[in-house]
Write a protein that binds this ligand. Structure first.
Ligand SMILES: O=C(O)[C@H](CCc1ccccc1)CC1(C(=O)N[C@@H](Cc2c[nH]c3ccccc23)C(=O)O)CCCC1
Ligand SMILES: [Ca+2]
Ligand SMILES: [Ca+2]
Ligand SMILES: [Zn+2]
Length: 316
């Protein structure tokens, strides 16, 4: 699928003269067999809640209908995130072993009513709602796809338990790699969040409080909502990563910018080699410091930036 804006897509069967037996000749699918996994594929639940749903097809490979464009967005996003983890981190799919990837769009509309206002990784595949048109338009933008597929990477590596501090770290890892893939901003959800309002986003790594999140450990949520605030306290680690990327002086602590390239390498190495299921924010500081020491040396300016950014958000 070339994923061009007008929704055309060329499904690739490179390397195979015949297509998978169950796909019909002369019909186009969002089904990519060219990157290592047996398939990266995108289907539709057609508003129902049965997964994985049915293939989204087109006769002339011009996926221009609105339902097709939604599917193309999720599909090209999945391919781009696959390419990111492979190209930048040498990871072949979310499990490092070319696991196939399935996405399903148009999940679980309210019967005769609004689209589902969320998206998720269910342990096996990515699932996207069409949104209600007020809070969200279809949640298939690149940074949300990257957020969801990163949950799969986390699940196949650190396995950070999805509650309290380890859950907030799980969430932050997904937001951090969301902004690494969707490289032109530090925000998550800006394309699909509140279609009637421009300039806002679901979350802001540069300014977590703009998304009702804390940006300092002293302000962490300690209640039981949202699995102990996993989408709330992620703001603390999100801000730490932002300060590594962009630098700045925050609450009196100066941090030297190391850029997105160093930040993504440090956080990827920490996630895949040092974080475990129960890693909390203190553990995340240790893991990112160790990763920076491995990559650049314990006394390096990069390691210093990691420590300063954690200090700025009140950890360590
Ligand atoms: O992956 C995640 O962390 C979120 C998964 C939420 C979910 C979990 C379990 C079953 C169903 C849905 C989905 C996203 C999320 O952050 N959801 C938040 C914010 C949100 C989206 N839609 C909502 C509707 C109502 C309330 C909050 C929300 C949440 O579920 O809290 C990630 C990027 C955008 C959507
Ligand atoms: Ca973004
Ligand atoms: Ca908006
Ligand atoms: Zn998440």
């Amino acid at each position: 699928v070339d994923g061009s804006a007008n929704g055309t897509g060329t499904t690739l069967y490179a390397g195979t003269t015949s297509i998978p037996t169950f796909l019909s000749q002369g019909t186009y699918y969002l089904y990519d067999t060219t990157r290592g996994p047996d398939y990266i594929r995108t289907l539709s639940a057609n508003g129902q809640n049965t997964l994985p749903g049915s293939y989204v097809t087109d006769a002339d490979n011009n996926f221009s209908a609105s339902n097709q464009r939604i599917a193309v967005s999720a599909h090209t996003g999945a391919v781009q995130v696959f390419d990111y983890f492979k190209g930048t981190h040498g990871r072949s799919s979310y499990d490092g072993n070319n696991a196939s990837i399935t996405s399903t769009v148009s999940y679980d509309d309210v019967p005769g009513g609004d689209g589902y206002n969320n998206a998720f990784w269910n342990g096996q595949q990515m699932v996207y709602g069409d949104g209600d048109g007020r809070t969200f338009s279809p949640l298939v933008e690149l940074d949300i796809v990257a957020h969801e597929l990163t949950h799969a990477v986390t699940g196949a590596s650190a396995g950070l338990i999805y509650q309290n501090e380890s859950g907030a770290l799980n969430e932050a890892v997904s937001d951090i790699f969301a902004v690494m893939v969707d490289r032109d901003d530090y925000r998550v959800g800006e394309e699909s969040y509140t279609p009637g309002t421009s300039g806002d986003a679901l979350r802001y790594l540069d300014d977590p409080p703009a998304g009702d999140q804390p940006d300092h450990y002293a302000d962490r949520y300690v209640g039981s909502q949202d699995n102990g605030g996993v989408h709330i306290n992620s703001g603390i680690a999100n801000k730490q990563a932002y300060l590594m990327m962009a630098g700045g002086t925050f609450r009196g602590q100066s941090v030297q910018s190391v850029g997105r390239g160093v930040t993504e390498k440090v956080w990827y190495r920490a996630l895949t080699r040092y974080f475990t299921a129960s890693t909390n924010f203190a553990g995340a500081r240790e893991g990112t410091l160790q990763a920076a020491a491995d990559l650049y040396g314990a006394g390096s300016s990069q390691a210093r930036a990691v420590a300063d950014a954690w200090a700025a958000v009140g950890v360590g």
